[in-house]
Design a protein around this ligand. Structure first.
Ligand code: SME
Length: 161
């Protein structure tokens, strides 16, 4: 081994740059909604540390209905406006929640979850649903995570448009 060369942990930025490339590659040439959401949830789940749930809820009428995900079984229906997912769907603004126990109306699917990131997925100007990540760590998600996840959402939105 070269003197001075050390194995260094990847930065969050590196992880998200790799994730974006992987998402681009896996969506290439495929338009099937369920297949694409399933593969993206798998890539996110396998790439990011300290995540105990990663997946999608899809807008059906006035509700978000569970879509492809990785992690423990989750609640199936969330009214728009309820919980963190419902807030993202209602406001169309990404939600980064440091402590879900302090979030009014938070829906606990897994009591191990302490922080959460939810991004609206908007295809052709319409809300398709949300991408949701949970973590057992408090304040797991920050601005770097939000930007990295937004990049994933952007790639997905383009692929599904
Ligand atoms: N905690 C979410 C519900 C979905 S699960 O985390 C998978 C919420 O409050 O919207």
């Amino acid at each position: 081994m070269t003197i001075g060369k050390r194995l260094m942990a990847k930065t969050k930025e590196q992880l998200y740059a790799e994730l974006a490339q992987e998402v681009e590659a896996i969506l290439e040439g495929e338009t099937d909604l369920i297949a694409n959401l399933a593969n993206v949830s798998s890539l996110v789940w396998n790439k990011l540390p300290d995540v105990n749930w990663a997946g999608f809820y899809l807008l059906k009428g006035e509700q978000l209905v569970l879509g492809p995900f990785q992690g423990k079984p989750a609640c199936v229906r969330i009214p728009v406006g309820r919980g963190v997912c419902g807030a993202a769907a209602k406001t169309l603004v990404p939600q980064i929640v440091e402590d879900v126990h302090q979030f009014e109306g938070h829906i606990a699917c897994d009591y191990a979850s302490n922080s959460e990131a939810v991004l609206p997925i908007i295809v052709n100007g319409e809300l398709l649903g949300v991408m949701d990540l949970d973590s057992p760590k408090l304040a797991r998600f920050d601005k770097v995570d939000q930007d990295g996840l937004q990049k994933v959402a952007d790639i997905l939105q383009s692929a599904l448009a």
